[in-house]
Design a binder for this molecule. Structure first.
Ligand code: PMP
Length: 426
């Protein structure tokens, strides 16, 4: 098919994420991707400032990751996981248990971040049921969060004005509290801590878990929070017999500057969700980890199994490339690379703060955000960025980037220049 025929067929048959979006131009047709660059059908090359939505931390066509997939293809691409097991998945689960905060130890592999959140919620509900506390089935979360697009995750996205506001009334009703103020300080923000404590205590009999995105609240608004808040939350959840879920789907594998954002505060949740960069962005895979306490609780229940089993669970290709991606990350000075990208973004995005209409510029790890005082004109902002040779995907009032960690200093500067240009016109 010619590029024109492909785009015509795309218009006719294909749904894209959150599409069709009013005012958004036709998608760009990508022919190949290598390193940090996407190659379009018209011959243009764009640096991917988005790492394909936080996933492609090592860039595209990385020789080590390509080899891992090829090698695994020579053995088996998929077998069912019920009653069978295999080295790539076993190695991956053991590795995840090793590198995530103690005492997370039991790993459920699935195929998307949203499903890993479903599984996390199911783990918590089953845990309380097995302890005879089936009334503990609600969740407490922050306003403005984002945890995915299936029904339990949608219920913990803010139903008032958030992405899934369409579904309020249909979704389970959860308990919402405001997200902590950006510079949260437990000694200063006593009114906030009191409110959080009151809500957790008031609902403790019906709360299964608190779920949040630690340190970086992503798709709900790209806000950064002081890690010290996690200590307060951990203490309150322990004191009130409520489990704590960290959704590290976006923050996992170094993005926020710590291997896992929980590490900024050395706080361990009871359940943790991972996805996106788990396979270096190569294949669809996510994971939910829990502590022995949660796993043992489930196995003492009236149904002593975790009642979930996706067809493509533990997919060997995805497991093999996840193993390779984690090895690749940890073999290098990943923290140094993320810090280098962070420094480049800080320097490169600074001029945006002087632009009219820009109300905040913030950087955390390999994440850079420019916030406007108005909704971004997506088409104009994207066009300005592509004219600078960079692929961006602004949303709401935000122009943000999370470059692959392999981006050179020159590429980080090009990405930053494109963000500044997009902020200037968007
Ligand atoms: N949680 C967070 C924090 C996310 O950023 C996302 C994806 N943007 C999800 C959950 C859902 O993951 P997926 O798109 O793989 O279902």
């Amino acid at each position: 098919m010619t590029p024109e025929e492909l785009l015509a067929a795309d218009r006719e048959h294909v749904w894209h994420p959150y599409g069709p979006m009013p005012g958004v131009r036709e998608p760009l047709l990508v022919e190949s991707a290598r390193g940090v660059r996407l190659r379009l059908s018209d011959g243009r090359e764009l640096i991917d400032g988005m790492s394909s939505w936080w996933a492609a931390i090592h860039g595209y066509q990385h020789p080590v990751l390509d080899e891992a997939v090829r090698d695994q293809l020579g053995r088996m691409s998929h077998v069912m996981f019920g009653g069978l097991t295999h080295e790539p998945a076993v190695r991956l689960c053991a590795r995840l248990a090793e590198i995530t905060p103690e005492p997370l130890r039991h790993v459920f592999l699935c195929d998307s971040g949203s499903v890993s959140v479903e599984v996390a919620v199911k783990m918590c509900l089953q845990y309380w049921r097995s302890r005879g506390l089936g009334a503990k089935r609600r969740l407490l979360t922050w306003r403005g969060g984002y945890h995915g697009d299936t029904f339990q995750p949608m219920s913990v996205c803010d139903p008032q004005g958030g992405m899934h506001s369409l579904w309020s009334g249909v979704l389970p009703e959860q308990v919402f509290v405001p997200a902590p103020p950006a510079g949260f300080d437990a000694d200063m923000d006593t009114a906030y801590v009191q409110l959080l404590a009151d809500e957790i205590e008031r609902h403790a009999d019906e709360l299964a878990a608190v779920i949040i995105e630690p340190v970086v609240q992503g798709a709900g608004g790209m806000r950064f929070h002081n890690p010290r808040y996690l200590h307060v939350l951990r203490e309150l959840t322990l004191a009130n017999d409520v489990l704590l879920i960290f959704d590290e789907i976006a923050t996992g594998f170094g993005r926020s500057g710590a291997l896992f954002a929980a590490g900024h505060a050395s706080v361990s949740p009871d359940v943790m969700c991972l996805g996106k960069a788990l396979t270096g962005g190569y294949l669809s895979m996510a994971a939910t980890l829990c502590t022995p306490e949660v796993a043992d609780g489930i196995s003492r229940g009236e149904l002593p199994v975790l009642a979930h089993g996706p067809t493509f669970m533990g997919n060997p290709l995805a497991s093999a490339v996840a193993n390779a991606s984690i090895d690749l990350l940890l073999r290098q000075d990943w923290a140094g690379e993320v810090a280098r990208v962070e420094a480049g973004l800080r320097a490169g995005l600074a001029p945006a703060s002087r632009l009219p209409g820009v109300c905040d510029v913030r950087v955390q790890g390999a994440i850079g955000v420019v916030q406007l005082d108005h909704a971004v004109d997506m088409a104009t902002a994207t066009k300005a960025a592509t004219e600078h040779g960079v692929w961006l995907r602004p949303f709401r009032d935000l122009i943000y980037v999370m470059p692959p960690y392999i981006s050179t200093d020159a590429e980080v500067s090009a990405i930053s220049a494109a963000v500044v240009a997009a902020a200037g016109v968007g």
